[in-house]
Design a protein around this ligand. Structure first.
Ligand SMILES: *Cc1c(COP(=O)(O)O)cnc(C)c1O
Length: 349
């Protein structure tokens, strides 16, 4: 085997969905956000596992992603599109039965003219200033829109991963004001908001990262294991250097493993000298620069020569790597490259 093996535990994803579902009342629907190919893990298997666990409503970023998802799930699950109804999307939205979350007056006009009577939702801006109708715009079109019967009115929290942040209560207040008396399903929360408590749940939550084992869902089950094959082992004398720019110098006689993956596979170069790989439960420091296709690891302290080393497992999570690389678990997952052999375990769907 010459490429890394990425094992994705569908049972863990299903467990994480059930655990997040249990955080809200039985009357609150728990949907699933599976944009960006299910955060890089593969939309088909992930969507089928979530559907088997009980999810019936899914969210993607753009209409194109809805096509793959519709193919995986068949006609009945609801698929909302965060990006709304963009020019050129009309056929896809109509043919695949996608539900765009209209986020501007321009999109409202486009949707109502191109697909009169077709389902839609509304995205409001409650303060994040990224997508959605502003309070004044909403006030102007609200009555007209409500006559068309939106399937969902939603907004998004900017700081939900920081429970103490004032922004949460402020956006909650604005969202409540904007949706007062609407009488249609409402949604404000992704993973972070789901964990903030029942005030934030409304009719539906729509977690993403928590399903895939990431913060802020600290209790999440680990979903990914990334195991990289050792291509070569060598012995260094004290004083020898390793890799580009000689950033590592052996301080002792050192046994070095070179493994087959690098920054082209989404292992951030910023991890150079700042992380470790595991042989079972034993940690081995990554030394020298992470290069495009190769990583060098100090395996001197292992009892036997490894055939493969784990970069991610229950020993080291996506957030451990993210902290070391100065990023977030979302970026670790969505960077995982196409060269890995992807294996799915846990649920057969
Ligand atoms: C990505 C996204 C989500 C899911 O967020 P997580 O933090 O991954 O749970 C929910 N809503 C919107 C609008 C998003 O863009």
């Amino acid at each position: 085997m010459s490429t890394g093996r990425l094992t994705i535990d569908l049972q863990a994803i299903a467990e994480n969905w059930r655990a997040l579902d249990a955080r809200s009342a039985a009357t609150v629907e728990t949907a699933a956000t599976i944009k960006a190919d299910a955060y890089g893990l593969g939309v088909g298997p992930v969507a089928r596992a979530l559907h088997a666990a009980g999810a019936r409503t899914f969210f993607v970023a753009v209409a194109e992603e809805g096509a793959g998802l519709r193919e995986a799930l068949g006609p009945s699950p609801r698929i909302f599109v965060y990006g709304g109804h963009m020019p050129g999307d009309t056929d896809m939205i109509g043919d695949l039965g996608l539900i765009p979350l209209l986020n501007s007056i321009e999109q409202l006009t486009r949707h109502f003219e191109a697909l009169p009577g077709a389902p839609f939702g509304i995205q409001l801006d409650s303060g994040m200033n990224r997508l959605g109708l502003e309070p004044a715009e909403w006030a102007a079109v609200r009555d007209l829109v409500m006559k068309q019967g939106p399937h969902l009115v939603m907004s998004h929290l900017a700081c939900a991963d920081e429970p103490e942040h004032d922004m949460n209560a402020q956006q909650l207040r604005v969202f409540r004001e904007m949706t007062q008396g609407l009488g249609v399903p409402l949604s404000l929360s992704a993973t972070g908001g789901t964990l903030l408590g029942s005030d934030y749940h409304f009719s539906m939550t729509r977690p993403g990262i928590g399903l895939y084992g990431g913060r802020p869902f600290e209790d999440a089950a680990a979903v990914v294991r990334l195991s990289l094959p050792v291509i070569q082992l060598r012995d260094l004398e004290a004083g020898e250097t390793v890799g580009y720019s000689n950033t590592f110098t052996a301080q002792r006689p050192t046994r070095l493993a070179t493994v087959a993956a690098g920054y082209a596979d989404g292992i951030h170069r910023a991890l150079s000298g700042r992380t470790q790989m595991f042989h079972g439960s034993q940690a081995c420091p990554v030394v020298g620069r992470v290069s495009m296709d190769l990583i060098t690891v100090d395996v001197t302290d292992l009892d036997s020569d490894p055939q493969a080393l784990d970069l991610m497992s229950t020993m080291q999570t996506i957030d451990d790597l993210a902290d070391a690389a100065g990023t977030i678990g979302y970026e670790i997952l969505t960077s995982l490259g196409p060269r890995y052999t992807r294996r799915y375990t846990g649920v057969t769907t």
